[in-house]
Design a protein around this ligand. Structure first.
Ligand code: ATP
Length: 244
């Protein structure tokens, strides 16, 4: 690429034991972009995010982030470089309060340009319900509120790349809307890129300026999706469902 991307994944291969999950996957995440990763179940979307973070080891290929090779870094080191993941299923500590969960997101941080209190204020502005529920245990929140708390916890590390694995999964439309507008504000307010697995094509279209389609462990399409015609929902839906 003539212009360096924030994240560059180059021909990575990933296996779980005998089962290969990713085949020569390459991907670019430009600076200040929002990418939607779509594709059928088992396509390897979650595996790709986990490989970038360092949860799942990469056998061959490279991941370059902000000009540095991060292919074999441990998760805390990757987070310190500025990459974070909101995992599928949120993985909050159910017995801890909202505020305790948020503060845990600060234990490994990429930079410390804001104070913890400023970050909390910002997160409470993004998702006001979290302020109301700050002392409540996370396990007692609704699914949408838990998703907001998980996004908030990820933002506490001051990432440059926020990855999200199906943030709208199983949520009521009103909650999906709040999460979509929260993520949109994050990218407006901060110098941050987003890479999200999002099966809700409407939510993906509302946010993404790039779309990456995966199928059976491979990237089958990667392109800009800016402008009205860029994100062709009918075409993407056909591509997605047509590949089953
Ligand atoms: P989904 O939406 O169903 O999560 P996905 O596109 O995120 O799908 P992955 O979860 O990345 O797909 O799975 C890719 C492949 O790797 C699948 O064949 C899956 O069965 C396999 N796989 C995922 N996790 C593991 C694991 N921990 N051990 C063994 N195989 C796994």
């Amino acid at each position: 690429d003539a212009v360096q991307a924030l994240l560059s994944v180059d021909r990575i291969n990933v296996s779980y034991g005998e089962v290969q999950a990713l085949f020569d996957v390459s991907l670019r995440v430009p600076f200040k972009s929002v990418g939607a990763l779509i594709g059928p179940n088992g396509a390897g979307k979650s595996t790709l995010l986990k490989s970038i973070l360092g949860v799942v080891p990469i056998s061959t290929g490279t991941v370059t982030f902000a000009g540095e090779d991060v292919t074999r870094l441990t998760v805390p080191k990757t987070v310190r470089r500025g990459i974070t993941l909101v995992p599928e299923g949120r993985e909050l500590f159910a017995g801890l309060s909202v505020i305790e969960n948020l503060e845990l997101g600060r234990t490994v941080a990429s930079k410390r340009s804001s104070t913890t209190d400023d970050l909390l204020d910002w997160i409470f502005q993004l998702f006001p319900v979290l302020k109301k529920r700050r002392s409540q245990v996370a396990g007692s929140l609704s699914g949408g509120e838990q998703q907001m708390a998980a996004i908030g916890r990820a933002l506490m590390s001051e990432p440059t790349l926020l990855m999200l694995d199906e943030p709208s999964l199983g949520l009521a439309p009103v909650m999906v809307e709040r999460i979509v507008s929260g993520i949109a504000r994050v990218t407006e307010d901060f110098d941050m890129s987003v890479l999200m697995v999002e099966q809700n094509i409407g939510a993906a279209a509302a946010l993404a300026d790039r779309v990456v389609v995966m199928n059976v462990g491979r990237v089958v399409s990667e392109r800009d999706a800016t402008g009205e015609e860029g994100f062709d929902i009918d075409e993407l839906t056909a591509m997605y469902w047509g590949q089953h």
